[in-house]
Design a protein. Sequence first.
Length: 238
Amino acid sequence: MSRRLQIRDRAKPQTPVGAWSISNGSLEALKWVGLLLMTGDHVNKYLLHDSSPALYALGRMVMPLFAFVLMFNLTRPGAHESGIHVRVMKRLAVFAPLATPAFVHLVGWWPLNILATLLLATLIVWLLERDSRSARCTAWIAFLVGGAVVEFWWPALLCCLSSWAFLRRPSGLRMLLWASATASLAAINGNFAAMATLLLIWGARQVVIPLPRSRWVFYAFYPIHLSLIALVLIAGEN
């Protein structure tokens, strides 16, 4: 009997708030979907010279997907007290520079890669959750200044922060703000394909996918796959 109860408990949705939930396995599945779409997008952009409009459109879902997964984990009960924000920032601070050589070869020195975007978003959330005037002022400065140098710029930060705000206290207004922030990515993407992310997240909430968590896959995958693409391009030039 106890064994069945343990299995049942692991299948229950894990949620930062009582009114909104998604299972851990479904959350992990969203991360894998993001990795797959990101790989297709980068192969299309750097190796296929943007020859596939479908891969480009699907790739616009990657940033808001990763933003949602990250913010969900940061809004789990007790996350701030247990130091999750700091641990995430330390990991991103390691892997963002590791991805930089390949990213610079493919894109250039500006903007900084998406891991830097997620690092900045996590820093802002961490400051806001400290709930002091100086921390809030620092968060605003980080948003205004940092948004100018990270990939997808201020719309990406708005996408992260609006999903964080919704997950902390779900409401119709906050959902509208989250959707609006996601739509603002059209200023960079040239289309509203990122909005499909919200439908994908809604669908993932309806199922419980038995998928174990792979904590380090995303961090390592990003610099590795960029490096491989850069090496293919370098080999083709020689």
